[in-house]
Design a protein around this ligand. Structure first.
Ligand SMILES: O=C(O)C(=O)C[C@]1(C(=O)O)C=C[C@@H](O)C=C1
Length: 424
């Protein structure tokens, strides 16, 4: 499958039903502590069904006289300009085909495959993470992280699975920045043990290699091992690990090796020169699962909640106060990250568009606890008092799978529409 490089004209984008404004929803604590978007998804589906039946009625009427006689009014008042049907009368061959019910369906229903966007090409670790998060999904490769966000926002994909941190390389800052710029919700997490190989074309020996290419995170995760191998090489960054392998194969490069997965070796006809070259055998990358809607937080299993906050006044010990709101309630923080964000535009629920706000730093924090837990709600209410900006990025089940090398067991998720698998 070709990588999605631009997501500009998704099917049905202009047909949003009345009241459907994705930017209005969300989990900003100021408006609501509980994600209240479940009803709006149902509303969207209902409106689609109404719209579909109107179109279906018109199309069936049109087949009696060979033409669609009139324009249909969509529920939001927009006019659907239905075109003459291609037929024996001819003359309409270059005109667009009429909408079908399938075009109006925003997401696969009733067990059909979930479309999951990831960054990279087949053989990338992110593809494997997508398969671990949503077994049997239709994984959609995207050439950039931003495109994966857009693919979900524009209904080209139902979910995105993107890396946020690695146990050796640290945070993937780009995705933290994008979480703030976009309006998607974290609905789950998946931790993937990452086992790197050094790949080269068949017959190439280690001594022939002058260059190693890979994703910067993958190069960082193998930095010491590559040095210890005594190879006289330059290291170059590439978009993703699998694309580095594909590039070598496509261009027949016999002086270049890639750090990538054994699956990439199989897919692109490469040989494994060295196996397990990550600097730590417990090398794990954490991915987040993103959706247009939040999931309903629960209390019957371990949950994690991710927030982002900022303060626009100096000298008020904001960070200390925020941390104390969690500490005094014995809520365990699992991660905190600060990012500079001058001139970053924040998607803001308070207005229908985006509002430009400037803070010196924003802070991302993950903590153990569900948004359904009153302790968490109280902590967030307090955090809200100390901050100028607070947004809940998601409250979702923790990935509890033991992190043994090569482990790939399924995680437990509350995500409402994952591919069918036990316990979901
Ligand atoms: O290049 C890939 O294969 C990816 O999936 C990207 C990525 C990353 O961004 O960290 C994912 C997991 C590994 O940590 C290395 C690279």
């Amino acid at each position: 499958m070709a990588a999605v490089s631009l997501v500009k004209a998704p099917i049905g984008q202009g047909l949003r039903p009345a009241g459907h404004n994705p930017r209005k929803r969300g989990a900003v604590v100021r408006s609501s502590l509980q994600g209240a978007a479940v009803g709006s998804r149902a509303e969207w589906l209902t409106n689609c069904a109404v719209l579909s039946s109107k179109v279906a009625a018109l199309v069936s009427h049109s087949t009696t006289n060979g033409h669609v006689a009139a324009a249909a009014a969509a529920p939001n008042g927009a006019t659907l300009d239905l075109v003459p049907v291609n037929g024996a009368n001819g003359g309409a061959r270059n005109l667009p085909a009429p909408l079908r019910i399938a075009d109006l369906s925003p997401a696969p229903m009733h067990g059909s495959e979930l479309r999951v966007a990831y960054q990279g090409v087949p053989g990338a670790y992110s593809e494997k993470a997508a398969g671990k998060a949503y077994q049997g999904c239709d994984a959609i490769p995207c050439d950039q992280f931003d495109v994966a966000f857009q693919a979900v926002e524009n209904w080209v994909a139902d979910r995105a699975v993107l890396p946020v941190e690695n146990s050796l390389g640290g945070s993937i800052h780009r995705n933290y920045d994008l979480l703030l710029r976009h309006r998607l919700h974290i609905v789950g997490e998946v931790q993937l043990p990452v086992h790197h190989c050094l790949l080269a074309l068949p017959g190439v020996r280690k001594e022939d290699i002058t260059r190693i290419i890979s994703h910067p995170q993958a190069l960082a995760q193998c930095e010491h091992t590559i040095t210890r191998m005594g190879l006289n090489v330059v290291r170059e960054a590439f978009d993703d690990t699998a694309r580095a392998a594909e590039y070598i194969a496509t261009n027949g490069l016999r002086d270049t090796a890639a750090v990538a997965s054994s699956r990439a070796a199989e897919l692109y006809g490469m040989e494994v020169l060295a196996d397990g070259i990550q600097d730590d055998c417990g090398n794990v990358t954490r991915f987040v699962m993103l959706a247009r809607e939040p999931i309903v937080p629960r209390m019957d299993r371990p949950f994690k909640t991710s927030i982002v906050f900022a303060h626009d006044k100096e000298g008020t010990s904001m960070l200390f106060k925020v941390l104390s709101a969690f500490a005094f309630r014995d809520i365990n923080l699992t991660k905190i990250e600060s990012r500079p964000h001058r001139h970053i535009r924040l998607a803001d629920d308070a207005s229908s568009g985006t509002a430009a706000k400037t803070f010196e730093y924003v802070f991302y924090a993950d903590f153990q606890g569900s948004l359904a837990d009153p302790r968490v709600q109280n902590a967030l209410a307090e955090v809200q008092e100390f901050t100028s900006f607070l947004r809940v990025l998601g409250s979702y089940p923790m990935d509890m799978t033991p992190m043994t090398a090569g482990s790939s067991s399924t995680i437990t998720s509350s995500d409402p529409s994952p591919a069918p698998s036990p316990g979901r």
